[in-house]
Write a protein that binds this ligand. Structure first.
Ligand code: CA
Length: 438
C-alpha cells in the first residue's frame, strides 16, 4: 500500500504557475500520465504528464537529457504499456524525479519549459494498448436498482455478496474523451411484442465508472494475492460505459451483456496513479449485519483498513439546445467511489484467482458507481426509474434516456483538509445519430 512521501506535500508549488491555481485538476501533487500530440499536426503520439494547463512532453524531456531514466523514456512512448509493466519502484522513482523537476526553484525549469505543450492545443488517444478489458459490478446500490427493474421479485442475485461479479468486455471500442460515436442499432423486444424488432436503440444510457489500468501482470496460473494487488495497479481513469438499455434485456441471458455495451466506452485521457491517490484511501463500507464476510482470498487487513478510495464523481449532461444557447452541462448525479461494495483489490484478486493472467495495460471497469441515494444514481435507468420519471433540465427539456446530440461529461476529483486537491480531468463524448441501416 502506498504511503505518503514528499511528493504529496500540499505545500509544494510548481514553476508552471497554472498548476498552483485553486481548483486545478493537475497540481504538482497529481502528475498523471497520458498519450497526446498537437492537434492539427500529423506528428507522432507520445507520452506526457499533465501539469496545470500544460503537458510535459516526456519524449522531449527525455531527449533533452533532463530526466534520463528508462522509466522516463517509457513514459514518452506512444503507448504506456512498457512503463506500466515496470512496477511500483520505477513508477515511484519517476514521480519523485518529476516532482523535483517541476517544483518552484528547480534547476531543470529552463530546460523543461521548452518541453511544455498547452493542453488546449493537444488531442489524446488511449494511454495504452488495452489487451483485455473486464467490467465489474461493484456498487450494490447500482446492482439493486438495476436488478429491481430487470427482475422485480429478485433484484439482487444470491451470488452478489460472495463474488465480485464481472464480464469480459471489448477493448477495440474503448476510445478517449472527445471522440463522439453513433447511436447503435440492434434487436430489441418491445413490451408486449412476440417478436423482436431491429433499429436504432431508443434507450441510450450512461454508466459513470472508474477504469483501473493494470501495471505489472501475473504469470498464467499464478493468482495475485489480495495483499499484493497494489503493486499490480498503475492507476485510474474515468470511464463512461455507454449502454443500450433496450438491447440489453433481450440479449443478456444467459451469457451476459454483449452488443448493448461494446459499441463504445469512453475513458478520460489522464491516468491518475495509485501513488497520487494515496492520501484519499479510506476503509470500505462496513458490511451490514447478516451479509457474509468475504472469503479469505478476498480479505486482508490492508483492504479492510484502506481498500476504498474517496474519489468524488459527477455526471453532467449538455443537450444540443443547451450547447446552442451557451448553457454549461447540468449535473445529473454525484457520488463517491467509497460506496462500492467490492474494492479494487478484490477485483484484481478475484480476476486472477483462477490463474487468469493480467497484462500491463489491461483495463478493469468498476461498474456503475451509484451511491446509496437516488441523486447518487449514476445511470439514467436508475435516475428515471427505467424511463418512467424523466429528468427535467434547467431549460425545461426532459430526458428519460439520451437524445441525439446529447453530450455527457464525467468528472472526478479528490479533496480533503491536509492534502492537495487532485482531479481526473474530464471524460466527455457526444451521441451522434444512428448511421443508415446496413
Ligand atoms: Ca458497466
Amino acid at each position: 500500500m502506498s504511503t505518503l512521501n514528499e511528493t504529496h506535500d500540499p505545500a509544494l508549488k510548481s514553476w508552471v504557475e497554472s498548476a498552483n491555481h485553486e481548483g486545478c485538476d493537475f497540481p504538482i501533487q497529481n502528475l498523471p500520465f497520458g498519450v497526446f500530440r498537437r492537434r492539427g499536426f500529423s506528428e507522432a503520439w507520445r507520452g506526457g504528464v499533465a501539469i496545470g494547463d500544460q503537458i510535459l512532453d516526456m519524449r522531449a524531456a527525455h531527449a533533452a537529457g533532463v530526466i534520463t531514466t528508462d522509466a522516463a523514456a517509457a513514459a514518452g512512448e506512444a503507448s504506456l504499456n512498457r512503463l506500466m509493466g515496470m512496477g511500483p519502484a520505477a513508477w515511484s522513482a519517476l514521480r519523485l524525479a518529476l516532482s523535483r523537476a517541476l517544483r518552484r526553484g528547480a534547476a531543470q525549469a529552463d530546460a523543461l519549459r521548452a518541453c511544455l505543450v498547452p493542453q488546449s492545443e493537444a488531442e489524446y488517444t488511449v494511454p495504452a494498448r488495452i489487451g483485455d478489458y473486464a467490467d465489474f459490478y461493484t456498487s450494490i446500490h447500482h446492482a439493486t436498482n438495476i436488478g429491481r427493474q430487470f427482475r422485480p421479485d429478485n433484484p439482487l442475485l444470491p451470488n452478489y455478496k460472495w463474488i465480485p461479479i464481472g464480464y469480459h468486455g471489448r477493448s477495440s471500442s474503448i476510445t478517449v474523451s472527445g471522440q463522439d460515436f453513433h447511436r447503435p442499432q440492434g434487436q430489441t423486444m418491445p413490451p408486449g411484442a412476440t417478436e423482436p424488432v431491429f433499429g436504432p436503440s431508443k434507450k441510450m444510457d450512461i454508466e459513470l465508472e472508474l477504469a483501473v489500468f493494470i501495471g505489472t501482470g501475473n504469470a498464467l496460473g499464478h493468482p495475485i494475492p489480495i495483499a499484493d494487488t497494489d503493486a499490480h495497479v498503475f492507476g485510474l481513469t474515468l470511464l463512461n460505459d455507454w449502454s443500450a438499455r433496450d438491447i440489453q434485456p433481450w440479449e443478456y441471458q444467459p451469457l451476459g451483456p454483449f452488443l448493448s455495451k461494446n459499441f463504445a466506452s469512453t475513458i478520460s485521457p489522464w491516468v491518475v496513479t495509485l501513488e497520487a491517490l494515496a492520501p484519499y484511501r479510506v476503509a470500505p463500507p462496513t458490511r451490514p449485519a447478516g451479509d457474509p464476510q468475504p472469503l479469505p482470498y478476498l480479505d486482508s487487513p490492508a483492504n479492510r483498513a484502506q481498500g476504498a478510495f474517496d474519489i468524488q464523481l459527477e455526471a453532467a449532461l449538455q443537450t444540443a439546445r443547451m450547447r446552442q444557447a451557451g448553457d454549461a452541462p447540468t449535473r445529473l448525479a454525484a457520488t463517491s467511489y467509497r460506496h462500492a461494495y467490492w474494492t479494487m483489490a478484490q477485483m484484481v484478486a478475484h480476476h486472477t484467482v483462477n490463474g487468469c493472467n493480467l497484462q500491463p495495460g489491461d483495463m478493469l471497469g468498476t461498474g456503475t458507481l451509484s451511491g446509496p441515494t437516488l441523486d447518487q444514481a449514476c445511470a439514467l435507468i436508475e435516475l428515471t426509474v427505467g424511463g418512467k420519471n424523466p429528468v427535467t433540465l434547467p431549460n425545461g427539456e426532459q430526458r428519460a434516456f439520451l437524445d441525439d446530440g446529447d453530450r455527457v461529461v464525467l468528472r472526478g476529483w479528490c479533496e480533503k483538509t491536509g492534502a492537495a486537491r487532485i482531479g481526473f480531468g474530464e471524460c466527455a463524448a457526444t451521441l451522434l445519430p444512428a448511421l443508415a441501416c446496413p
